[in-house]
Design a binder for this molecule. Sequence first.
Ligand code: S3P
Length: 421
Amino acid sequence: MRTTLRGPSGPFTADVTVPGDKSLSHRALILAAMARGTSSVTGLGPGRDVDSTRSAIMSLGVEVQDGLVRSAGVDAWSDPGEPIDAGNSGTTLRLLAGALAGRPFRSTLVGDESLMRRPMGRLVGPLGALGARVETSDEATPPVSVGGDRLAGADVTIPIASAQVRSAVALAALQADGATTIDSPPGFRDHTERWLETLGRGSREEGHRFRVEPGPVPPADYAVPGDPSSAAYLLATAALAPGAEVVVRRISLNPGRTGFLDVLAAMGVDVAIEATGDVLGDPVGDVRVRGAKLEGVRIDGHLVARTLDEIPLLAVLAAAAEGDTVIADATELRVKESDRVETTVAMLRALGGEAEETPDGFVVAGGFLKPGTVDSEGDHRIALAAAVAATVAGQVEIEGFDASAVSWPGFVEELEAVWSS
Ligand code: S3P
């Protein structure tokens, strides 16, 4: 499917909300499915990835209907008797691998062509520390099989700042004999940790170590806020257009998600953040961005984990900025829904931008973008970032735009509404 965007015809001002957060939607569904009783889960993200988690928990015998999740508890999950299909969603596969590692039956998790190529070896050691046998293909990719093992609490140190791996260990640890501690480098989104703390099943320790107390999670009221990774596309279109202003209301402000806003500010953009509350201990608020002349920046170290999903979008901003932008320490980009070093560089070049791959990231020479055709390579974040590029490039055609439905079906209509407001 090819989609054409033509960019705004003048300055715009918009005050909007965005679909529910994808990361929190997966966690709300899984934690509600693990609880015994009825949880309220509202504001779920509308994308295909969240559908994958919903279908997966339903295949385990959990009821999901009209904003309610009814479960007899994780101990009552039934063996679906066939592989669980996580579709394009790494979060579905990795988080459920952790939750299912504590079940008495063995489960197998698979996904679409992209997910079947993604690294799962990172689950083996951390879940193995609790006594879980995690089997993968010889290439350490899916299918992933877990379950049938008695789990014991352990002190687990994860070498990468992956929220998915930390969460997988935490969900397994709820079903272990004895407490578990989980440590990793910083920068990860700590949604799971914050919710487990509020639900009485965990506590923060020194540094980034988190302690999980095994036992049941109670049913809860999960009012999922807007997705800051989705908001980023609308905030970025304002940042690219001097004179424009966009406000996005009630998005997650988890510190692992706000790296994008820090980078915007470092590029010279006027960013105002107002915290308005929290959902079970995870902060939410409103963000306003005003367009400005952009300057190149350097994104490296722990900032990479805090901006990871927004890097293709930041690359578009970098291409319209003055000076070079360097993305370093970002090899994780190579194992996302596509090799995002390669696909981001290809996107910019297709629009007349100058970008070069480096071993651990890429460098963008600021300047301008012009009309062109971008191939999404099946990656939703490339499709969405390329659409935003039309703000400055004029006409942009995107091949394979349907990939965007993984996180945001209906994005083009929202973007065009912002441009014409
Ligand atoms: C996610 C964690 C991040 C992020 C992904 C969603 C999550 O992945 O890139 O889109 O919801 O836990 P990693 O855990 O691989 O860093």
